[in-house]
Design a protein. Structure first.
Length: 331
């Protein structure tokens, strides 16, 4: 198995608000454990407006550009989501690195795009939750020109409402999200399963606050991985938000860094394919260790098993999803 690579975004510091949870400091902290030999700087990687328009309305793309160009300091697109004069360019480069990660994965090498701002909350017509452009969705939409089926697994503590909405009506993208219920942005319930041709190709596992690695492992082994195996994706993208960590100030879950290696390893084993990951959330001191655990798993290391047993409420979630998913009918 080729060693994974970590794609580094040179212009990320140009979108920064020190003291904000989503700042350049948290990206630099997340990179501290990444060996220099795995890092690949990708200057000039930028998603074109055409690539962005596969997911976002052209009027919205233009509005973000114009708002940023008009700034002389910090602006706000909503109460959570700030912009700087260069945020349009930085968000395009974040999406561009997600595209690069997908290309590496299709060529046989797992790649982790360490990018910001995050993307999975960004909707077709508006920013949301720190996110300007939906990097993973842009990468998935572009990949559909080259492959038949793409899977997206989102382990961020928050539901990826923007990613779900982008592919809700298609059977060519399987979207699986494991997230904290009753948490921002309030979406991602069991009955959000897709529509029309996409019915059954959205799987949401909203878990209770305080869920542990044992809960996540149960959902991955019972629901996510069997669905991936049945779907047979040509590309697997991961919205890699490490904010379910127990020390994350925005999370409320109880994962430890090794649990992220466990999830990455299970995805590799379920699909037999390299992973293309893009950074989403992750704001606590354990973030760097979680990134290292993911990279270790991508290199072929054995991820330690999660300790303990899943809670009854987690088992109920898994049973409900299995019973309602056509991809899991034979289980």
């Amino acid at each position: 198995m080729p060693r994974p690579i970590v794609l580094v975004q040179p212009d990320a510091p140009l979108h920064d608000l020190p003291g904000h949870p989503e700042s350049q400091a948290r990206l630099e902290a997340a990179l501290t454990g990444v060996p220099p030999e795995l890092r690949v700087s990708v200057p000039g990687a930028s998603a074109s407006p055409g690539n962005l328009a596969r997911v976002h309305a052209p009027a919205y793309i233009a509005a973000v550009r114009e708002r940023c160009e008009a700034l002389t300091g910090i602006g706000q697109l909503d109460p959570d989501t700030y912009i700087t004069p260069r945020s349009y360019d930085v968000a395009r480069s974040a999406a561009g690195l997600a595209l690069e990660a997908a290309r590496y994965a299709l060529a046989g090498t797992s790649a982790f795009a360490m990018v910001r701002p995050p993307g999975h909350h960004a909707e077709r017509t508006h920013a949301m939750g720190f996110c300007l452009f939906n990097s993973v969705a842009v990468a998935a939409a572009a990949a559909l020109d080259m492959v038949r089926r793409v899977a997206i697994v989102d382990w961020d503590v928050h539901h990826g409402n923007g990613t779900q909405a982008a592919f809700y009506g298609t059977d060519r993208v399987l979207y699986c999200s494991v997230h904290r219920r009753f948490h921002f942005p309030g979406t991602g319930w069991y009955d959000e399963r897709g529509a029309d041709a996409g019915l059954g190709f959205t799987l949401n596992a909203p878990l209770a606050a305080g869920s542990t690695g044992a809960d996540y492992r149960h959902v991955f082994e019972s629901v996510v991985c069997p669905a991936l195996a049945a779907f047979g994706p040509d590309l697997v993208l991961v919205s890699a938000g490490q904010d379910p960590l127990a020390d994350d100030p925005l999370g409320g879950m109880a994962l430890v860094p090794a649990d992220f290696g466990m999830m990455a390893r299970l995805l590799l084993e379920a699909t037999g394919r390299p992973l293309a990951l893009a950074l989403e959330g992750g704001y606590g001191p354990g973030h760097a260790d979680a990134v290292v655990a993911v990279l270790d798993a991508l290199e072929g290391g054995d991820a330690p098993a999660a300790r303990g047993e899943p809670r009854a409420v987690t088992r109920h979630v898994a049973e409900f999803l299995v019973a309602g998913s056509p991809l899991l009918d034979d289980r």
